[in-house]
Structures are given as structure tokens and as C-alpha cells.
Design a protein around this ligand. Structure first.
Ligand SMILES: Cc1ncc(COP(=O)(O)O)c(C=O)c1O
Length: 369
């Protein structure tokens, strides 16, 4: 076995069930929590009729639909088995043993898996801020090959503006690839946010990643896509497993893109529910962080309390995401669900917090506000 693979850990996905509970509210994995709409179910049924055949290796119909929807040339687009597959391919293409790959201080954890598979090292620039462009640029060395920027950042919800994206590109050597991962772009409302597509057009060393798993509600189908320079797209196609995006997933992605008006309210609803949730958590004495995505990071000021609240919420049938793996042990990350799910959370969170404080013998008043 390769020496650098010996202490690899299995990527910890969010929990999805609670022992003894038939139904749970799953706010652990930043999915769109609405069940698939009828046009998606119809598309899946259509795709299922072709399951005796391998899927279209070019993802032709998805690429065509993306090209039309986003006005991007088809040769600059590639689909993957979730954007996760594209992250793995980018790391394979650009990083090798002893190279360095920079991510945010609390960058998306899967980057670590993708990078460590290659023997390269992940560098997380330290700073008081969740996202700090100067700190990131200071972390560049002659071993840096690649920068993965999730914007907004999962799990903090923090984002950088288009001028800041440009500042980063300008501060990197030309032989360093900048990957802007805009998995949550559809949820953003900040006027100075940009998904990075304009930079892909302008530079030959910038790629943008997107996902059908979040806003489009197809996390289980596994479709992600990348807009990038055609040479990089061609290289990723060459090292990609054939037909990695299933036929049913391709049909579902096209149906999702072609029926976008169905999702028209999702961004505004997410914004309203996100603001409401932040207010409710603040009223309990907790600290929440501004988010441009469909989740909110909440600080409980103590790892023991955060862990106890996580367990108590599960007893109330609600699963959220512990943050120890992100070196944010005092925090939990809450996906913004439907209005009904958020109403249930509004009732359960104060109860869970009181129960957690009772279990560990702390009073609620002792929480620093
Ligand atoms: C920032 C970021 N990028 C990529 C992904 C992976 O998404 P996909 O389901 O498309 O593989 C996620 C999923 O949580 C994410 O948070």
C-alpha cells in the first residue's frame, strides 16, 4: 500500500437515521429537503427504461441543457458523479506526492480526501476570519499546485466577493489552478457575490464547480458539473471513469434544469427561514454566523454542550451536523429545511439546549451571550 494512504480515514457523511424513530427531520447534509417533484419522478421513470444500456458517456443531454441554460460552450463543460467526482479528478490531474493544495481554514472536508489520495498535502491558512484572501495568498509556496475555494464556504456560510476572487487569481502563479466551488451559488443573495464563471471566461487557469445536489434537490442522483478551459475539461474526460453519471441521473438533471420555475421561491424562502432561524438561535444566547447558503453554523461555546445538544436534538427526531472534523467542535451546522421542519426545530432547539445543560450540569445563564 502507498505509504501516504495508510492513515486515510473514511469521509464522515451526515447521519440519516435515529434508532427507534420512524421519521426524522434530516438537517445534516445541506440537501434540499423537499422530496422530488413529479417532473423529476417522471424523468427517472423514463431513464429507467434504458438501464440495460450503459449511460451516455458524454452526458450529452445534460451538457446541452447546461450550455443553453448558462450560455456556455459545450466543450467547456463536463459532468461528474456529483461534483465530488470532479474534485477527485482535479486533484488527480494537478497534485502529486509532496505537492501542496490550499483550501480555506475550514474548507470542505472532501478536498482533504481528494488531495490526500494523491500524496499531496492540504494547507489551511490560519486567520481569525473564516475566509481571508491575504492569509490564503501568504500560504502559497513553490510547492502549491492547486487552490480549492468553496464559495460560500461549507460549513461556515462565509463568502468572498468577485473582486476578492480576482485578488486571489492575481496573487497566484499562473501554473496554480484556481478551482471555485460554487455548490451553493443558487442560494446566495449578496449583490457582490459571483459564482466565478466570469473568471473562467477570462483566465486559462480557473475552473468553476456546480452541483445538482443542493438547490436542484438531486443529491441522491449524483450529478455535478464543471465549467473550465477546454484543455482542462478534455483532460478530466480522459482520466474519468466511463459513464460515471447514470442514465436516470442524466434524465433527472435535464428535467430539473428545464423546470426551474418550480424552484423560483426556494432562494427567497431559504433566506427568510435562515434569517428567522438565526434570530431564534440568537434569542437562546447562541452565536450564529452570517451565511449565504442553505445552512447556518451555530456556536454553543462548548464542545460538550454542542455534542449534548446534537444528541438531544436526535431524541427529538432532528439530525444536524457535528463539526469536530472541521475543528469547530463548539459548533453544530444546521441545514435550512422546509417551513414545517424549521417550526419543529424552533420548538426542539430550546428544549434540547435546556436538556443538554441539565445533563452536563450547566445553567443556561452561564452561556456567554
Ligand atoms: C462545497 C461543496 N462542494 C461540493 C460538494 C459535493 O457535492 P456533490 O453532491 O455534487 O458531490 C458539497 C457537498 O456537500 C459541498 O458542500
Amino acid at each position: 500500500m502507498k505509504k501516504y494512504l495508510t492513515d486515510m480515514k473514511i469521509y464522515a457523511v451526515g447521519e440519516a437515521s435515529v434508532a427507534g424513530q420512524q421519521t426524522v427531520i434530516n438537517l445534516a447534509s445541506n440537501e434540499n429537503t423537499m422530496p422530488p417533484a413529479t417532473h423529476i419522478l417522471a424523468a427517472l421513470t423514463k431513464g429507467a427504461q434504458e438501464l440495460n444500456r450503459y449511460a451516455d458517456n458524454t452526458c450529452g443531454m445534460v451538457i446541452k441543457a447546461l450550455s443553453a441554460a448558462y450560455d456556455m460552450p459545450q466543450e467547456n463543460l463536463i459532468c461528474g458523479n456529483g461534483s465530488a467526482e470532479l474534485i477527485f479528478l482535479l486533484a488527480t490531474a494537478y497534485a502529486a506526492e509532496a505537492d501542496e493544495v490550499i483550501i480555506w481554514k475550514h474548507g470542505y472536508l472532501l478536498y482533504e480526501t481528494a488531495v490526500r489520495r494523491t500524496g499531496a498535502i492540504v494547507v489551511r491558512p490560519q486567520s481569525a476570519a473564516f475566509v481571508d484572501c491575504d492569509a490564503l495568498l501568504r500560504a502559497v509556496t513553490d510547492k502549491t499546485r492547486l487552490v480549492f475555494l468553496d464559495n460560500p464556504n461549507n460549513p461556515t456560510g462565509a463568502y468572498i466577493t468577485e473582486p476578492e476572487l480576482r485578488q486571489i487569481r492575481a496573487g497566484l502563479r499562473n501554473d496554480i489552478l484556481l478551482v471555485i466551488d460554487s455548490a451553493y451559488a443558487e442560494y446566495t443573495v449578496a449583490e457582490n457575490y459571483a459564482d466565478g464563471a466570469a473568471l473562467v471566461k477570462e483566465f486559462d487557469n480557473v475552473c468553476m464547480l456546480r452541483s445538482f445536489s443542493k438547490y436542484y434537490g438531486l443529491a441522491g442522483a449524483r450529478v455535478g458539473w464543471m465549467y473550465g478551459p477546454r484543455e482542462i475539461v478534455a483532460l478530466l474526460r480522459a482520466i474519468q471513469q466511463p459513464a460515471s453519471v447514470s442514465t436516470v441521473a442524466q434524465y433527472a438533471a435535464v428535467a430539473a434544469l428545464e423546470n426551474r420555475e418550480y424552484l423560483a421561491d426556494l432562494r427567497q424562502n431559504n433566506l427568510r427561514l435562515r434569517n428567522q432561524f438565526r434570530e431564534e438561535a440568537s434569542a437562546l444566547g447562541l452565536k450564529t454566523y452570517p451565511s449565504e447558503a442553505n445552512f447556518v453554523l451555530v456556536n454553543f461555546f462548548s464542545e460538550t454542550i454542542a455534542r449534548a445538544v446534537f444528541n438531544e436534538l436526535k431524541n427529538h427526531g432532528i439530525i444536524v451536523r457535528p463539526m469536530t472534523a472541521y475543528h469547530l467542535g463548539n459548533c453544530l451546522r444546521f441545514t435550512i429545511g422546509t417551513a414545517a421542519e424549521m417550526r419543529a426545530l424552533k420548538i426542539a432547539l430550546p428544549l434540547a439546549l435546556t436538556e443538554a445543560c441539565a445533563i452536563i450540569g450547566k445553567s443556561m445563564e452561564s452561556l456567554p451571550i
